[in-house]
Design a protein around this ligand. Structure first.
Ligand SMILES: Cc1cc2nc3c(=O)[nH]c(=O)nc-3n(C[C@H](O)[C@H](O)[C@H](O)COP(=O)(O)OP(=O)(O)OC[C@H]3O[C@@H](n4cnc5c(N)ncnc54)[C@H](O)[C@@H]3O)c2cc1C
Length: 419
């Protein structure tokens, strides 16, 4: 099996190269050789024996031990919370390498949506909230969900969300209807985006929301169903919050800070998602080239056919352009520059490029490409989903055009592509 070819990059810090090297070593030596067996019990393969399932669990525990020994466990968390304390760029580069192997991130202690919730709690929670919710979430005794999107309101305009939290004495009373709350079947608590302020017009719509911690077993929390996604049952759940009462101290951060907290979660998160897509594209690219060298059709290996050479070249262009755009955006963010237009650009371009590369890799592999024997089918669905999640393409294009047009209007200077 082909391994991820990760060599030091001359232009990044020694620490980033060290992290990439250590991560690649675990991905290549501990995860890829066992990729199918590692997740066999989770996939529910009916041919498995109890001994196989135990072997899968042992394999996962073994990889996690190696990750801890390498000092890479929970890289998104500060060291005081048991994480590796990586900075933004270090983490971004690590996500790319991690994503090469299916499910590797969970073996490094990064499991969505818990990891995103952990980061929000680190930033917004009081000391008391951290003791009660964050620490158990980190040590795995609690699970969580992030409950923002609603069936009856556009998730792409989160300031229009209708779920309300009304103050009654020393409690919030929450009413609303949410769906696509991931991890909802296992969650012990949800961070729920609620409208706490009545605002007139659009002037301060950003200050209308507050994120509130709601225990899953609070009376009135009704998990209706896990929604079928891509034809399969899922733990992305529909929930009705019906007169749910929680103490006032369950609000996260200042009253009205919910929208900002969601933006904090998504801003850096979009770079991480793109680096994650790049790692998967890299894998799809490797699989495509590897197959084209070995599969004989109509009198010769696929690599000799110009259709296939075209797919390799187009995928190389997609991979390189997506990667350079994402790294440029990440470097701007790390330098404290205003990268909002670039964040939207990568959010549109990278999932689409990812989609194209995986599509070609599937084509080259034929039937095997859509089978469960390869990671390509899962990647394809993931890439498609990314084009609508986390702000659909259209919303980001509108934002980009708004920023560009504003720059031209302001004194007619035009856009500076050099910075
Ligand atoms: C697998 C999965 C997991 C998810 N997990 C979570 C989760 O854990 N928590 C959570 O809260 N949410 C979650 N979501 C929801 C996700 O964030 C939303 O689906 C997303 O924000 C889009 O919102 P929507 O589905 O309401 O689409 P809508 O807002 O209804 O938009 C529908 C479409 O309208 C178009 N559109 C929107 N605005 C414009 C415009 N201005 N101009 C032109 N066209 C436009 C776009 O094509 C868009 O795709 C998840 C979704 C999926 C698929």
């Amino acid at each position: 099996m082909l391994q991820m070819n990760v060599q030091p990059i001359p232009t990044v810090s020694d620490r980033i190269n060290e992290i990439r090297g250590l991560t690649a070593s675990i991905v290549n030596n501990e995860i890829l050789p066992h990729e199918n067996m590692l997740w066999a019990d989770v996939r529910g393969d009916h041919r498995l024996t109890d001994a196989d399932r135990e072997e899968a669990r042992d394999l996962r525990r073994g990889v996690m031990d190696k990750v801890r020994q390498a000092g890479l466990w929970a890289p998104h968390l500060p060291t005081e919370y048991g994480g590796a304390g990586l900075d933004f760029l270090e983490l971004a580069y690590m996500y790319e390498v991690l994503a090469y192997a299916t499910g590797a991130s969970s073996l490094f202690g990064i499991v969505a949506p818990n990891s995103g919730n952990q980061s929000v709690l680190v930033k917004y929670a009081t000391e008391e909230q951290k003791q009660k919710w964050l620490l158990p979430l980190i040590d795995g005794t609690l699970q969580s969900g992030f409950s923002m999107t609603e069936p009856d309101q556009p998730g792409s305009d989160p300031r229009s969300l209708k779920t309300t939290a009304r103050r009654d004495g020393d409690e919030w009373v929450i009413n609303g209807h949410k769906w696509f709350t991931s991890n909802g079947l296992r969650a012990d608590f949800f961070i729920v985006m609620c409208r706490t302020e009545e605002v007139e017009g659009t002037a301060d719509r950003n200050a209308a929301m507050t994120q509130i911690i709601v225990p899953a077993d609070a009376p009135g929390v009704n998990v209706v169903r896990g929604i079928t996604v891509w034809g399969r049952p899922s733990d992305h759940v529909e929930i009705i919050y019906d007169d749910v009462r929680v103490p006032l101290e369950n609000a996260l951060g200042e009253r009205g800070s919910g929208h900002q907290a969601a933006q904090d979660r998504l801003g850096a998160g979009r770079v991480y998602h793109c680096m994650n897509s790049l790692g998967q594209m890299w894998r799809a690219f490797d699989l495509m080239v590897e197959r084209s060298l070995t599969r004989e059709v109509h009198g010769g290996p696929l690599e000799t056919k110009q259709f296939i050479q075209g797919m390799i070249a187009d995928s190389y262009i997609d991979m390189q352009s997506a990667r350079l755009m994402t790294i440029d955006c990440a470097e701007k963010m790390a330098a404290g520059q205003d990268a909002r237009t670039d964040i939207s650009a990568i959010k549109v371009f990278v999932p689409a490029a990812f989609h194209r590369v995986v599509d070609r890799a599937i084509q080259v592999w034929g039937a095997a490409g859509v089978s469960g024997d390869l990671p390509l089918a899962g990647m394809y669905q993931g890439a498609r989903t990314l084009r609508l999640a986390d702000g659909p393409d259209e919303v980001h294009k509108i934002l980009m055009a708004k920023n560009v047009l504003a720059a031209y209007r302001r004194g007619g200077k035009g856009w500076d592509f050099g910075n």
